[in-house]
Design a protein around this ligand. Structure first.
Ligand SMILES: C[S@@+](CC[C@H](N)C(=O)[O-])C[C@H]1O[C@@H](n2cnc3c(N)ncnc32)[C@H](O)[C@@H]1O
Length: 274
């Protein structure tokens, strides 16, 4: 038994494709639940884009708050980014407060998640954060949220686990379309699971697929895996872009200064790593 386990362990280590430093970063994010380089860089890059578009205030949504580790880390990163880039960031959380609803739908993976998981200790959480949480099923809370008149929604962290909850939110996107930025950085947490239970036929991925099928002017897409991808550690495969094609600023130029570049004697690299 011991040698068999050892063999499988060695096979998994040797067969792991990513450099081990990536595995270490991932391990640290699992061990320290408020260490989230992916949350930080998505917040940072989306706010930078907002500034380029000329927006002074943005809104960020976390769908599925649970114990609050995600929103606590977002608040921590927000403080730094607001100061450095002189931008106001409003964070809004959404959760039933009573944990996962019943996974009625087979596409919710009821063999993987169960009702009541991730209940919130509201008093404890409210002592730790200043962001507003909309309690209740996402089915009902979006109508309340609209009354906040949220400014420029630039990123959304999807973490409600279920196909049905994600679909429910996406089906209501048209209600908040006027508050969305031209491009919205969307992090989908439950797009992969090491058992390979999640794929395009279930969960968040199915909800995205159906959303794209039934919309023309709002489309959610995933960039190709590419050697030039360096800005979002641990977000690989999880970061999608919601294209809001009808936005008045969708075509507004926010690229880098191109005047004088690509001349024959222009040999320096222009890409900024940070
Ligand atoms: C995995 S937890 C979120 C974890 C959190 N984002 C973090 O980073 O620590 C999933 C949460 O989604 C919430 N949720 C799932 N379906 C929902 C729905 N239809 N409406 C509101 N909240 C929902 C559950 O209550 C649960 O707390």
């Amino acid at each position: 038994m011991f040698f068999y386990r050892l063999k499988i362990f060695i096979l998994r280590i040797v067969g792991y494709e990513k450099p081990l430093r990536v595995a270490l970063l991932k391990y640290l994010s699992l061990k320290f639940k408020q260490f989230r380089p992916h949350y930080e860089t998505i917040l940072l890059e989306s706010c930078l884009e907002a500034k380029k578009l000329g927006y002074e205030e943005v809104s960020i949504l976390e769908l599925g708050v649970a114990g609050g580790n995600g929103i606590i880390s977002l608040e921590k990163y927000k403080k730094k980014i607001e100061k450095i880039y002189d931008i106001k960031i409003n964070i809004y959380g959404f959760d039933t407060g009573t944990g996962l609803p019943n996974p009625d739908d087979k596409y919710d993976l009821p063999f993987h998640w169960k009702k009541g998981d991730f209940k919130i200790d509201k008093n404890k959480l409210e002592r730790k954060i200043s962001s507003k949480i909309f309690y209740g099923n996402i089915r009902d809370s979006i109508d309340l949220f609209i009354k906040e008149n949220p400014k420029n929604i630039i990123s959304i962290f999807f973490d409600m686990d279920f196909y049905s909850s994600t679909k429910n939110f996406l089906d209501q996107l048209n209600k908040i379309e006027n508050f969305l930025c031209p491009r919205v950085y969307c992090y989908f947490d439950d797009i992969f699971n090491p058992n390979h239970w999640i794929n395009e036929h279930v969960g968040e991925e199915l909800a995205i697929k159906e959303f794209n099928k039934s919309n023309r002017d709002l489309k959610i897409g995933l960039s190709l895996d590419n050697i030039n991808d360096f800005k979002f550690p641990l977000a690989k495969g999880h970061l999608f872009m919601l294209n809001n094609f009808n936005h008045k600023d969708f075509k507004k130029y926010i690229g880098f200064e191109t005047e004088g570049t690509l001349k024959i004697n222009d040999t320096k690299i222009k890409t900024k790593i940070f």
